[in-house]
Design a protein around this ligand. Structure first.
Ligand code: COA
Length: 357
């Protein structure tokens, strides 16, 4: 098949970058001021620590650093489109993405924010991939960036223990469906009747979550979405090499994996170290899996998210064998001043575009 023919053209993951604030807040730190304990939090959620940005940090700073890292990972300097998926835009108006694009030196790039709470990254991946497939743009930065510390009530043990700050970004470019890294299928959905389950109520400052009700809905919704996307990709359950679910609760991930019939070693988790980072969760989990050498080029991946809205979504893609680049928030800011992100070390031998057999 000619790769230029529209029906074969698709978005390919070519770079992955992350930005985590350097400050770590442990469960014991929280237990010093809240009626909770490390044991309760770890047993019920799988979280041991999370990152919290320094005062004055803006979502754009984390987004920009993660995007800069993704460009370095892809060894690219240009980009047509910047999408920032976030629950915590720096301003109600305008969007965060144009500022990020300008800070990256991407003059004139299309740029907009996308609001789908914890499902934001998979929604943004679907939008940007579809635009690449349609030929509307040649490449795109899809960024999930969150500063939940700005909307979390420090006195609310139901949310303060769960959420963390961070950002992750993917660089997509045009390729074909047989390329390693091909973003193959999407499944998106919502149920606005659940809008009060995770919400910043009108006129209020802080997020409120009815955790148990969210939990109960998350498991079947994520399972069904993952099954639908795998089926669209023509995969049986056993074909999924790695399941990268939204890191909301380790027990949710285990329940979904069980229903999908996946063994634990195929379930990617990094929730212990970063907590729930909403739209940043899936790219951060992907990067940690790559860093731990848990993904091989050509592996079949299902990414599945669930969150406020309610919203949910899944992506089926193959792993390209790229090396993620990580920046801290301070490095990101220094990078922004320099307009030049460091690429850490040489690319691994398997890096670069390769085709499935
Ligand atoms: N420390 C200690 N005890 C706590 C606590 C905390 N941080 N939070 C709640 N509790 C208590 C409750 O008061 C309750 O006590 P009671 O039985 O005496 O009334 C008990 O623990 C159980 O509370 P519950 O809310 O039922 O706990 P849970 O097992 O559902 O865990 C969550 C709470 C928030 C961890 C869990 O519901 C969850 O992860 N929900 C999903 C969140 C999610 O997926 N979000 C997705 C998108 S962002």
């Amino acid at each position: 098949m000619n790769s230029q023919q529209p029906f074969d053209r698709c978005a390919v993951l070519a770079g992955l970058g992350t930005c985590l604030p350097s400050r770590i807040v442990t469960n014991d730190d929280l237990a010093r001021r809240l009626d909770t304990s490390h044991e309760w939090i770890h047993e019920r959620t799988g979280i041991a620590r999370r990152r919290v940005a320094a005062p004055g940090t803006e979502t754009a700073h984390l987004a920009e650093a993660a995007a800069r890292a993704a460009l370095a990972s892809a060894e690219r300097t240009s980009c047509d489109l910047v999408v920032v998926a976030t629950t915590t835009p720096d301003r109600t108006c305008p969007a965060t993405a144009p500022r990020v694009a300008s800070a990256l030196g991407l003059a004139g790039a299309a740029a907009f924010d996308l609001a789908a709470v914890c499902s934001g990254f998979v929604y943004a991946l679907a939008v940007a991939s579809s635009m690449i497939e349609a030929g509307t743009c040649r490449n795109a930065l899809v960024i999930g960036a969150e500063l939940y510390s700005t909307i979390i009530d420090p006195e609310d043990r139901g949310t303060a223990i769960i959420f963390g700050d961070g950002a992750g970004a993917a660089y997509l470019e045009q390729g074909s469906r047989s390329d390693f890294g091909a973003v193959l299928e999407h499944d998106l959905g919502s149920d606005g009747n659940g809008r009060d389950l995770i919400t910043v109520p009108p006129g209020e400052r802080y997020l409120r979550m009815r955790g148990r009700e969210v939990y109960v809905q998350a498991v079947p919704a994520m399972t069904d979405s993952a099954l639908r996307v795998a089926k669209s990709a023509g995969w049986q359950n056993g074909d999924i090499d790695a399941f990268v679910g939204h890191q909301a609760n380790i027990r949710i991930l285990r329940s979904v994996a069980k229903r999908l019939g996946l063994p634990e070693e195929r379930v990617i988790t990094n929730i212990e170290d970063v907590g729930n980072t909403a739209a940043a969760s899936i790219p951060l989990a992907l990067a940690s899996a790559a860093d731990q050498h848990r993904l091989r080029p050509g592996d079949r991946l299902v990414l599945t998210a669930f969150g406020g809205g309610l919203t949910w979504g899944s992506t089926a893609l193959t792993w390209p064998g790229i090396r993620p680049v990580r920046l801290t928030d301070q490095e990101g800011r220094r990078g922004a001043d320099r307009h030049d992100a460091p690429l850490r070390g040489p690319r691994p031998p398997e890096a670069g575009r390769r085709r499935s057999p």
